[in-house]
Design a protein around this ligand. Structure first.
Ligand SMILES: Nc1ncnc2c1ncn2[C@@H]1O[C@H](COP(=O)(O)OP(=O)(O)OP(=O)(O)O)[C@@H](O)[C@H]1O
Ligand SMILES: [Mg+2]
Length: 493
C-alpha cells in the first residue's frame, strides 16, 4: 500500500506520497535554513515505512540518526504551535560507509566496473586522453581482463605505450605523451586516497537495501566530510553509485513504495564543469531510474545550480529561505519561485525570502502525480538527535555491523597487471572460445537427435600452468560477458 509521510504543517498538512517518491525531489535553501533537518525528517519517515535510504553526510551531522532526540522548551513550543500532541523521539537503524575507510565500511568498486566515462571525469582527462583511456578499456574488455585497481590500469597503460605501433592499426593512435599524462593524473588521484575506492570486495548494491528486524529501512550514511573536499571524487562516486543502482535493479514499474531513496547532498557539484555528454547521460538516468523504483532527492543551496532538464523532473519540492540581496540572488529566487504551482495572488518570490529557519515552501505530487499548490509549511522536528554524535558511539555501531566481516577485509584476485605478463593466455582464450562454439553446436545437434554429444569437451587441451588455468578460467568467464551500460559502467545482467 502506498502511504503518506507527514513532513510538516501549513494551511494543510504537508505530505509526501510514497508512490511518488520515484518522481524525485529537491531540498533547497541558503545555509542554516533547515535543509539537513528536513532531510532527516524525510529519511526517518522513510525508514519507519520500511524504505531503505542512502545519504551522503557532508557535515558530519547525520550520524546522530542513531540516537533518539530529547525534548526541550524550543521543541515543545514548536510542537504546540503545530498542534502535535503525540510526538515520539526515536533512534534509527544505520549503516556507516566511507570511501576513505575511516568512519565506515569501505565502499569499493573495480576500475573495470566504473568504466572509461566516469573514470575520465574523475581523472579530469581531456578528449585525446579520454580517447586513449577508452582504448585501454576496449582492449581489456575484449580480452576479458578485469582491471581491479589503479595498479591494473597503470599496467594496461604501460602495455598500450609499449605496444602502440601494433595496436595502432586496430585501435588508433596512442602517443607516449598522452599515456604519460593519464599516468600522472592517476598518481594525483592515488595521493588523494582515490585508490582506496578501487579494489575488492566490490560493494554489492543490494546490501544497501536492507531492513532491520522490525521492518524499518536501514539508513546508509556515507561519510563525506573529507570526500567532499575532493569534489571530483565525491561527485563521480555518487554518479557511479546511481549508475550501479540503475544497472543492477530490474524494471519495477510504478511501485507503491520505492526500493531505496537516495539523497544527493551538495548536488551542485554533480553539474559543475561537467561535459555536455555526461550532463545528457545524467539527465537520462534521472528519468529512467524512476522505473527501477529508485527515488533521488537533490539537496543544494540554490535550485538554479541544477540544470533545467533535471530540475523539471523533481516532483517533490521543499524550498527553504533564500537571500535576495544581489542581482544574482534575486534571479535565483525568481527561478525558484517559477518552479512552483501557485494560486492567483500568491507572491511566492517574497515568501521565499521571508521564510524562517525550519520553514519551507512545499509542493509535492499527489497520489496521481499532480503537483499540489505551494504552501508555506513549518517542518516537523526530527525524531533523532540534533547535531553530531560521539565518535565512540559511531565506532561501536560500525564494528557491530552485520556486514563488517564481508567488507572490512581485502581480496586479492588475479587481474590485468598479472595477466598481461602471461602471453600464452591470449591464444588460450581464442582456442577456448572456438571450442566453446563447437561444443554448443554439437550440443544443439545432439539435442535435436536426442543423444549425448560424443567426445566433446568444452575446454581445449593446452598446456597451462596452475596460474594460467586460474587466470584462463577467469578470462573465459569474464570475456564472454563484458558489456557496458549507461555511463559506461559494467552491465551485470
Ligand atoms: N524542522 C526543524 N525543527 C526544529 N529546528 C530546526 C528545524 N529546521 C532547522 N532547525 C534549526 O536550525 C538549525 C540549522 O538547520 P540545518 O542544519 O538543517 O541547516 P542547513 O540548511 O542544513 O544548513 P547548512 O547549509 O549550513 O548545512 C538546526 O540545527 C536547528 O536548530
Ligand atoms: Mg546542512
Amino acid at each position: 500500500m502506498a502511504s503518506q509521510i507527514l513532513i510538516g504543517k501549513g494551511n494543510n498538512d504537508a505530505f509526501i506520497n510514497t508512490n511518488m517518491l520515484s518522481r524525485h525531489g529537491l531540498i533547497a535553501g541558503a545555509t542554516g535554513t533547515g535543509k539537513t533537518v528536513t532531510l532527516k525528517v524525510i529519511a526517518e519517515a522513510l525508514s519507519n515505512e520500511g524504505i531503505p535510504v542512502f545519504l551522503a553526510d557532508v557535515k558530519g551531522d547525520l550520524g546522530s540518526l542513531t540516537e533518539a532526540g530529547q525534548m526541550n522548551d524550543k521543541l515543545q513550543a514548536r510542537l504546540q504551535a503545530m498542534d502535535i500532541g503525540d510526538f515520539t523521539f526515536q533512534s534509527f537503524p544505520v549503516e556507516f560507509w566511507d570511501v576513505l575507510e575511516e568512519k565506515g565500511l569501505p565502499v569499493r568498486t573495480t576500475v573495470s566496473d566504473m568504466g572509461p566515462v566516469l573514470l575520465s571525469r574523475l581523472l579530469g582527462l581531456n578528449d585525446i586522453q579520454e580517447g586513449v583511456l577508452n582504448i585501454a578499456f576496449k582492449l581489456a574488455d575484449e580480452k576479458g581482463m578485469l582491471l581491479i585497481d589503479l595498479k591494473d590500469l597503470k599496467a594496461m597503460c604501460n602495455y598500450l605505450a609499449d605496444n602502440s605501433s601494433e595496436l595502432m592499426r586496430d585501435y588508433g593512435n596512442i602517443s607516449r605523451q598522452t599515456v604519460g599524462a593519464i599516468m600522472r593524473s592517476l598518481i594525483v588521484i592515488e595521493e588523494q586516497g582515490g585508490d582506496l575506492f578501487f579494489g575488492e570486495p566490490a560493494l554489492n548494491i543490494r546490501d544497501l537495501m536492507r531492513t532491520d528486524i522490525r521492518g524499518r529501512g536501514v539508513i546508509n550514511i556515507l561519510a563525506s566530510d573529507k570526500l567532499f573536499l575532493m569534489p571530483k571524487l565525491y561527485s563521480t562516486f555518487l554518479l557511479w553509485f546511481l549508475s550501479e543502482l540503475f544497472e543492477e535493479l530490474p524494471e519495477a514499474g510504478d511501485l507503491e513504495k520505492p526500493k531505496i531513496v537516495f539523497f544527493f547532498d551538495e548536488a551542485h557539484l554533480l553539474f559543475e564543469d561537467t561535459p555536455e555528454v555526461l550532463l545528457d547521460q545524467i539527465e537520462m538516468m534521472v528519468k529512467l531510474i524512476r522505473s527501477k523504483g529508485v527515488g533521488i532527492f537533490f539537496v543544494t543551496q540554490n535550485p538554479a545550480d541544477i540544470p533545467d532538464p533535471v530540475l523539471a523532473q523533481l516532483g517533490n519540492r521543499v524550498q527553504h529561505a533564500l537571500r535576495a540581496y544581489t542581482p544574482k540572488e534575486q534571479k535565483a529566487v525568481k527561478t525558484a519561485a517559477e518552479t512552483f504551482r501557485q494560486k492567483e495572488g500568491q507572491d511566492v518570490e517574497t515568501m521565499i525570502t521571508e521564510l524562517k529557519v525550519g520553514e519551507a515552501l512545499v509542493s509535492t505530487l499527489d497520489e496521481n502525480g499532480i503537483p499540489s499548490y505551494v504552501d508555506r509549511v513549518t517542518i516537523l522536528p526530527p525524531r533523532s538527535k540534533f547535531g553530531t554524535t560521539d565518535p565512540a558511539v559511531l565506532k561501536g555501531i560500525l564494528s557491530s555491523s552485520a556486514l563488517y566481516g564481508k567488507y572490512a577485509g581485502t581480496l586479492d584476485r588475479d587481474s590485468a597487471s598479472e595477466m598481461l605478463q602471461s602471453e600464452s593466455l591470449k591464444s588460450s582464450r581464442k582456442e577456448a572460445e572456438a571450442a566453446d562454439v563447437e561444443y554448443r553446436k554439437a550440443l544443439a545437434e545432439a539435442k535435436r537427435e536426442k543423444t549425448e554429444p560424443a567426445g566433446w569437451s568444452p575446454l581445449p587441451k593446452i598446456e597451462l600452468s596452475q596460474r594460467d588455468i586460474r587466470n584462463g578460467m577467469q578470462i573465459i568467464k569474464e570475456g564472454l560477458k563484458i558489456t557496458r551500460g549507461i555511463m559506461g559502467i559494467l552491465k551485470k545482467r
